[in-house]
Design a protein around this ligand. Structure first.
Ligand code: CMC
Length: 436
């Protein structure tokens, strides 16, 4: 990775000069290797929110926020969304190459083999209140899998890591659907190996023992594309959480549970649910939309337009571009029967129009992001609101395990241990309680 290029850093306080290597990525900005900085000059670097810091190297996903580019293993997201399937994309992310027919069949067979849950795991569901948010249930149940697969898992063994990855990808739809079934007081539905990945999830979510349920192929296809779009997104908050938790060589199922917890926040994956909540609040308030736009601009008000803005995409979010088309197509072809839903969709479309034309949003590059449209699509599909972020987690699982596997396979990987800029009290002497 290092090139002959270096940057020279001069310490104006001492006059000392040091050369720092410039690392050249396949694509993206040259990166200064500052790992020797503390040893050489005795300084830390400070970059809250990682605005300009590469936390690791990675061969998996590339994104260029300025140009609106997203690629998995070099393949543009547009091509994968158009031509691939979610499971094929999972294989690609995990293994680095697209599979041939045999490899794909073998991979699909392995995912089918692992999709059932241990009977004992059911008891974890019943420990939750019925009204528990399915993301809370997911944090618990995925973490609980670590108790089922611990002693026989060696995180340094590549084949054990692949086993864990296959298990997680396979069991996630079952665990996700069951978190909803439990909340609704409905019986758990077992997975079916004759169905595709997305079809199987819909079957476990919506079918009833008392009547036949036919998965709508258009809905299954739309879900498959949405899962592809969410499959990985380089070093975002939840993936960085997974890497940091995994860097201590912890159990992968416990590590994934940490990733799910991080994803849940409304600034990250929880935004798809927050978008619909916001639209509902707007409609129920009876206040004009412009009032909410003004609130979003007001620095004294914590209100933000959910589903707008992105840390990295400052032109457009390529995932949002793809999903926007699906969203508009769905709205045109599937009239919604529930007037409340229709009113939410109308408000969403009005908001999209206003924000795209408003100077505040334009000057800050605040475009509708993937969560804005996925929230609307899920609403149109009849997915319950509290399951929206669970679907994000379902898609992102492969990204998390691919990034974890990459890190664990690096013999030079170290435990993650950031430093800090201490701003607390200087050293002081303890005072007995009667002297305070
Ligand atoms: N509504 C109103 N103003 C906003 C918004 C918003 N949604 N997002 C950013 N801004 C403003 C912000 O106030 C700031 O203004 P100023 O420069 O005048 O101080 C400027 O835009 C830059 O914002 P920032 O907070 O510095 O940007 P960030 O990179 O730290 O935050 C974000 C990115 C996604 C957390 C933020 O845009 C946000 O909170 N969006 C709403 C939540 C959301 O939709 N999240 C999903 C992200 S996409 C899915 C995923 O990958 O997880």
């Amino acid at each position: 990775m290092p090139t002959k290029d270096t940057v020279t850093l001069i310490d104006n306080r001492t006059g000392k000069e040091i050369e720092l290597d410039l690392l050249k990525p396949t694509s993206g900005p040259m990166t200064i290797d500052i790992s020797s900085l503390y040893k050489e000059l005795g300084y830390f670097t400070y970059d809250p929110g990682f605005m300009a810091t590469a936390s690791c190297w990675s061969n998996i996903t590339y994104l260029d926020g300025g140009k609106g580019v997203l690629e998995y293993r070099g393949y543009p997201i547009e091509q994968l969304a158009e031509e691939s399937t979610f499971l094929e994309t999972c294989y690609l992310l995990l293994n680095g190459e697209l599979p041939n027919k045999n490899e794909l069949a073998e991979f699909e067979g392995s995912i089918n083999k692992h999709c059932m849950l241990h009977e004992q795991l059911k008891t974890f569901y019943s420990g939750f209140r019925r009204d528990a948010h399915p993301m809370a249930t997911m944090v618990g149940v995925v973490g609980a899998l670590s108790a089922f697969y611990h002693d026989d898992e060696d995180v340094h063994d590549e084949s054990d890591r692949m086993d864990a990855a296959h298990r997680l990808i396979a069991k996630m739809p079952t665990m996700a659907a069951w978190s909803y079934r439990y909340a609704m007081g409905m019986p758990f539905v077992q997975p079916r190996n004759d169905l595709g990945y997305s079809e199987n999830f819909l079957h476990m979510m919506f079918s009833m023992p008392s009547e036949e349920y036919k998965v709508d192929p258009i809905m299954a296809k739309a879900l498959d594309v949405i899962l592809i779009l969410h499959a990985d997104h380089e070093q975002n908050a939840s993936t960085s959480t997974v890497r940091l938790a995994g860097s201590s060589q912890a159990n992968p199922f416990a590590v994934l549970s940490a990733g799910i917890a991080s994803l849940w926040g409304p600034a990250h994956g929880g935004a798809n649910e927050a978008v619909i909540q916001m639209l509902t609040d707007i409609n129920e308030s009876g206040r004009p939309l412009s009032e909410f736009i003004d609130r979003a601009k007001d620095k004294e008000d914590r209100f933000r337009l959910m589903g707008f803005g992105h840390r990295v995409y400052k032109n457009y979010d390529p995932r949002a571009k793809i999903i926007r088309e699906i969203c508009h197509e769905m709205l045109e072809n599937n009239p919604v029967s529930d007037p409340k839903h229709q009113a939410l969709l109308d408000t969403a479309m009005e908001l999209e129009k206003i924000a795209l034309e408003d100077d505040y949003f334009k000057s800050r590059n605040l475009y509708p992001n993937v969560d804005f449209y996925s929230g609307i699509i899920f609403l149109g599909m009849g997915i319950p609101l509290n399951m929206f972020t669970v679907l994000f987690a379902l898609g992102r699982t492969v990204g998390w395990v691919s990034q974890w596997n990459e890190m664990m396979g690096d013999p030079k990987a170290k435990i993650g241990r950031p430093r800090q800029l201490y701003t607390g009290e200087a050293t002081r002497d303890y005072k007995g309680i009667d002297k305070r």
